[in-house]
Design a protein around this ligand. Structure first.
Ligand code: LLP
Length: 420
């Protein structure tokens, strides 16, 4: 893989564009995405899966910017959507509805209706109750919904508990022990058509073993379902492949594809994968400017203009995100916490990090901020959400404007009779 964010003469670039130029022109905080990195990650997985019938349904929740989604869709990607809003975004970005899969534990009638209207490839059904709703909606719509149950294989992905989804205690999917009965119920319904099975065990998974274990169980289940007379044509193996944020080693797309095809290849099934982070995480940076430096008896702080509302991963999962100065270091290193302006002690981007001493106005780049970064951002503390920029070669464009103060109050009203 090419480093899409190289240092040249000790200045950080996005492909061939100096980051400081983007910061000058667009302001900070700003997310910067590399088209090259997105395409390379996508192409590596596509090449690795080429020998088997497959679909890559990019998990749009990781980065839903329209330009990012379009870049991948133009490459042939389908989309994994998790809400009516994500489905809307996928379609707006030009995704082929016939390549959209829809997972999500609480689909509403309105969302199911949108997906039926669009004619999506597959509903990943999370409960029997939801199956009956989908059947009823499809009946009202005058069609038949293609479905798979999301089956919970009860495998520990050994990742952060908040992003483990395939354990017995998880709210997702149906227990594998119930699957045969649930499929029998589906078969009896008129407006759903069973076409496959689905599982997703978690995210940021760094060992291939949990995938192999889960898929071995799914393979067994496919056998049982076929014996019971179900036509299983699709196995959706979910997403979850981890990336390297620090020293940890992440399996390559090729190694992951080997495990997937080893476990469920040769079954005469199309393999659907739903990668999010492994496509988008390392295709993005968050660029922020130093506002202040301060210290107390215990610690030194670098206060920057990005905060937990822009990138919540450190606060929420104690996640490590690499940080480096954009320009050449001018001072010796010291140990600091990089913190934002939000009024919470959990508002940090980095803790106890060794960085060259910085001055007001210096730029810092947070790496691996292409996934679950802007997508999880908020207006907390009345903060405007950052701009997003897409770079390709020596060109760049703003693909989402920085929010304005007016954006902050859009949709609100002050009813005179209620407010005094
Ligand atoms: N498919 C389903 C059904 C999912 O729930 C997810 C992620 C994916 C695919 C994509 O997983 P990936 O390939 O990105 O691991 N906010 C957390 C991650 C939450 C993941 C939620 N589901 C984080 O920042 O680490």
């Amino acid at each position: 893989m090419t480093d899409a964010f190289p240092r040249v003469e000790n200045r950080l670039y996005a492909e061939a564009v100096p980051i400081d130029r983007i910061a000058e022109e667009v302001g900070t905080p700003v997310f910067v995405y590399s088209k090259l990195a997105l395409c390379e990650a996508y192409d590596a997985l596509a090449a690795a899966l080429a020998p088997v019938p497959h679909s890559i349904c990019y998990s749009i929740k990781s980065n839903m910017n329209l330009a990012v989604v379009r870049t991948l869709v133009a490459r042939g990607a389908g989309v994994d959507a998790t809400s009516g809003g994500e489905l809307f975004r996928a379609l707006r970005a030009g995704a082929d509805p016939g390549k959209v899969v829809y997972s999500g534990v609480g689909k509403t009638d309105a969302e199911i209706g949108l997906a039926l209207e669009a004619g999506i490839k597959l509903f990943n059904v999370e409960s029997r109750a939801e199956l009956r709703r989908i059947d009823a909606c499809a009946a009202a719509h005058g069609g038949v919904a293609p479905v798979a149950f999301r089956v919970n294989p009860d495998v520990d992905p050994r990742t952060h508990p908040y992003i483990s989804t395939g354990l017995r205690t998880s709210k997702f999917g149906i227990p594998i022990a119930d699957a045969v009965d649930a499929y029998a119920e589906a078969k009896a319904l008129e407006h759903v058509r069973v076409i496959g099975v689905d599982c997703h065990i978690g995210s940021q998974i760094l060992s291939l073993e949990p995938f192999a274990d889960a898929l071995a169980r799914m393979r067994g289940l496919i056998g049982e379902l076929r014996d019971a007379g179900h036509a299983i044509e699709v196995i959706d193996v979910g997403g979850g492949l981890g990336v390297s944020y620090a020293e940890e080693e992440a399996p390559s797309a090729a190694a992951y594809a080997d495990v997937v095809t080893g476990a469920v290849g040769g079954l005469d099934c199309e393999i659907v994968v739903e990668p999010g982070r492994s496509i988008s995480a390392n295709a993005g940076l968050l660029v922020t400017r130093v506002l202040y430096e301060k210290s107390n008896e215990e610690k030194r702080f670098v206060v920057v203009d990005a905060a937990m509302n822009d990138l919540i991963r450190p606060a929420l999962y104690q996640a490590y995100q690499p940080i480096e100065p954009v320009g050449p270091p001018r001072h010796p290193e010291q140990t600091v916490d990089v913190v934002g302006p939000v009024c919470e002690s959990g508002d940090f981007l980095a803790r106890e990090r060794s960085l060259p001493r910085l001055e007001r106005g210096d730029l810092l780049a947070v790496r691996s901020a292409g996934a679950y970064a802007f997508a999880m951002s908020s207006n907390y503390n009345g903060r405007l959400r950052a701009a997003e920029v897409l770079v390709s070669g020596d060109r760049f464009a703003v693909v989402r404007k920085r929010e304005s103060l007016e954006d902050l109050v859009r949709g609100e009203s002050i009813p005179k009779d209620l407010t005094g």
